[in-house]
Ligand binder design. Sequence first.
Ligand SMILES: Nc1ncnc2c1ncn2[C@@H]1O[C@H](COP(=O)(O)OP(=O)(O)O)[C@@H](O)[C@H]1O
Ligand SMILES: O=P(O)(O)OC[C@H]1O[C@](O)(COP(=O)(O)O)[C@@H](O)[C@@H]1O
Ligand SMILES: [Mg+2]
Length: 738
Amino acid sequence: MISNTDWKFGAEQFVRTLPDKVFVHCSEKNMFRLTLDGVDVMGDRLAEEVLEVIQRKPNLQKISFVAHSVGGLVARYAIGRLYRPPKKENVEDSTNGTSIDDLKATIGGLEPMNFITVATPHLGSRGNKQVPFLFGVPAFEKAANLLIHWIFKRTGRHLFLNDDDEGQPPLLKRMIEDYGDCFFMSALRIFKRRVAYSNVCYDHIVGWRTSSIRRTIELPKWEDYINKEYPHIVYEEHCKACDTEQSELISTDDDSFDKLEEELVTGLSRLSWEKVDASFHTCRQRARALNDDGFVLEDVPHLTDFLPHLPSYPNPLHHSHAYAIVKQTFVGPEDAVAQNIVVHKDSPRGVHFRRAGPREKVYFMPEEVRACIVTCGGLCPGINTVIREIVCGLNYMYGVDDVLGILGGYRGFYSKNTINLTPKVVNDIHKRGGTFLCTSRGGHDTNKIVDNIQDRRINQVYIIGGDGTQRGAALIYKEVEKRGLQVAVAGIPKTIDNDIAVIDKSFGFDTAVEEAQRAINAAHVEVESVENGVGIVKLMGRYSGFIAMFATLASRDVDCCLIPESPFYLEGPGGLFEFIEQRIKENGHMVIVIAEGAGQEYVAQAMQAADERDASGNRLLLDVGLWLTQKVKDHFTKVKKMEINMKYIDPTYMIRAIPSNASDNIYCSLLAQSAVHGAMAGYTGFTVGPVNSRHAYIPIARVTEAPNTVKVTDRMWARLLASTNQPSFLNSNEMLPM
Ligand SMILES: Nc1ncnc2c1ncn2[C@@H]1O[C@H](COP(=O)(O)OP(=O)(O)O)[C@@H](O)[C@H]1O
Ligand SMILES: O=P(O)(O)OC[C@H]1O[C@](O)(COP(=O)(O)O)[C@@H](O)[C@@H]1O
Ligand SMILES: [Mg+2]
């Protein structure tokens, strides 16, 4: 849905692009309920408004119209009123004696240039699938025809072609001729270009045919068309003027044939039109849907979306000796990464993301780049590797040497201190855990951050952080776009919990799983060495139990794994106590791994704790490991009168604080390089990450809209249950009192 604000924004951008050359007036005379007054009444108002503007701005020479929806019809009516025919008294050309038009026809005295309509119902809206939300059901369309004037008043009658002012033909029919003192067609004809933009799908009010002035039988070959620059444009056609006589009208017995509609198509086709079909298939960012095979590109924004005249330069990698031998140095402009790689023979190709990597052209001169890096949220192994590789990647691959480290998370943007990051400064940091730049939660103020970006003349922002951080990055990108700044915003997803959607896994997760083995192993050694030993290991995982699940699967020493996604209960048949007893009897000991977010409601109940939040708004977790240890101990000593040896290990922060392992180090380097390539190539508002093992640029909203959680209905969880043979706690709905 395009709103008033969107148009105002577009107008501002247009003026910004051509300062002093254009004046844009956004019509104000037909707002709100005034839109119900009828196309003619609104057209008269618009004509008056245009004349007032022309009077106020005597230097104007040319005029163009950009009109949306019914506004396109109103504008067509208005130009019919504003048309000024060529002056009659033609001047005699003294050189060859021929007569020439000294003055051409005008629109209100100005030279007509572009007449652009966007989703305008040129053929009206009655029947024949012209209003998609009526689903093409004739009964609905007939009912709408009868009822429309109750809702949309006079405008409704005009759109449904059932107006008959004093026996005159419907207005839209009158508008395909010069009619009375309105020069509808003459006016439209004298514009240099007429352009009709239409939505191929997902426009529930104005169908594709009526907005693109086409007959049902005229289906364009969308599948053969590719627009590399604007992927949401799925077809463009220059239709020449076609002067068909009314008698030659195409006629058919088909029910859907509507004579009046046919007359409108024929009438308007007497003029040439540029027709542009757009598809915003997923309603997310830029996306392109090709009609036949269901290929969808969920694209990321590019700086040229809002700075169309940004110059580009050859990628310096053209001259890199390292890349000289690579067969394909640059990623192809059409390369995409499929989100789903398991498909059926006939299934649509589905969602794809733009493949990450270096591009032929870059939109920054290396010496003009001032980049900054910020790290936010909790720690995670590998952050320093990402920082190091952004700095080195920018420097070694693109010759950028101005990189600032923002200290202490988002709030570091407001502090005076930054640190200059050079390859030398960051040379060894990947060997250390934590973040060289420090981090924080909370303190995100979009406007203040973007003010600082502007003040410091930063033009590339690399933001390393989890879901909260990426939400903040999306706001920064939006504000940058609103201000029209040449600033690329790149997000690098970080979280030890692996709770970020779309990407295969987050960096540091592997390291965490590996490190968790040491704690599990310690617990196992401890409980094996005593009688009736029960070990509990708490691992991180606020909402997602991935670390617990993978650590359990990897270790094989774990008897039971508890995660937030799979509720458990303690007492009664199928409960945890029963299982512990059984395992102790069988093996003499047992090990439980519990993710910190599991069973929180029980702990909160037991401790009568209030719902507390951290500075970022994340729920503060209660210590479920401690609670469970106490519960198990109480149950066996007090109820079962059985001596057990409890060992509780909480290695959470120890795991998070270590440097990344070898495979995470490589992963972090690739992430950083992909981010650098993306920003240099002018992409912005993106998160980078591997999708089915290939790095891709993903719209930020896609990774933040829902967290990645363990699907207990997937085979992976079944594998875990099979490996531990623990209860599935599936009858947890019939939970017994704790
Ligand atoms: N919805 C949000 N909008 C803007 N900024 C946010 C949002 N959620 C979190 N942030 C900011 O992102 C940073 C890190 O968020 P947090 O949730 O603590 O960690 P993580 O990004 O690792 O999930 C904090 O500075 C916080 O203020
Ligand atoms: O104590 P802190 O530093 O606030 O962090 C604790 C939380 O951070 C996490 O590591 C997740 O951090 P993020 O939200 O930054 O990804 C959780 O596993 C844990 O619950
Ligand atoms: Mg988070």
